[in-house]
Write a protein of this length. Structure first.
Lengths: 135, 135
């Protein structure tokens, strides 16, 4: 049992470092992932369809692209046609690869006429703090 | 070894569900965490001091408040005085508790004269997609 417990502890520590990749990179390897913010305004008449495209795109990205760390999408309560997406990528290559995936292209082309405006903001990371992270 | 491997697999699955609390709540328990966006403009002359307060506040929150799932803070490259914070809380009680913590009050009072504008946006979650999550 002592051996199993040691292995479990080791496995837990490994999972911890694997599952919070931005924490790992941010605090240990001193590599900062790329964060981008997307601010969109959607045609109100097509909002539900737009959200279906977006959810499907996020689901595929999450499943297929380990280099995409977060795609957190919300709408503003004060104006539900306003969408905000908090996007985190391991590095620039992961971002560029994401733009070429079939699921992203499907989303981009499928929603072209639904998007009234799109603002893509590049950022510098101050700190990405998450619960359960170890420092 | 067969037994150890089974335990390792079990431990890995457990860690996975524990370490991505929003995924767990979002996809299994059907509880959606609260997401808020903060948009701030900081006095350029006090930007470095402001960021020190913010980093310290995020570090304390991450360490002390398991109900705060993310405090992801970035500045815009096009205007570094513009700060964006993506805040995720387990529930409303966690948000309200956060506002009463000594570290938040210290941040809030310490930065009062550094913040030129603050916009707090309530949101509805569309999807919080993260790498390595299981659905």
């Amino acid at each position: 049992m002592g051996h199993s417990k040691t292995m479990l502890f080791g496995a837990s520590a490994l999972m911890l470092s694997l599952l919070w990749p931005w924490e790992r990179m941010y605090s240990e390897e001193k590599i900062t992932p790329i964060v981008r913010l997307a601010e969109l305004e959607i045609d109100p008449a097509q909002l539900e369809q737009y959200k279906e495209f977006l959810e499907e795109e996020i689901e595929s990205t999450t499943r297929l692209e380990p280099g995409v760390l977060t795609l957190f999408a919300v709408s503003l309560k004060e104006d539900p046609n306003q969408i905000r997406i908090f996007e985190t990528y391991v590095d620039l290559a992961a971002y560029e690869a994401h733009l070429k995936t079939p699921h992203f292209i499907r989303y981009k082309e499928g929603t072209r006429n639904m998007v009234r405006s799109l603002r893509l903001l590049e950022t510098d990371t101050i700190r990405l703090g998450g619960a359960n992270s170890k420092r």
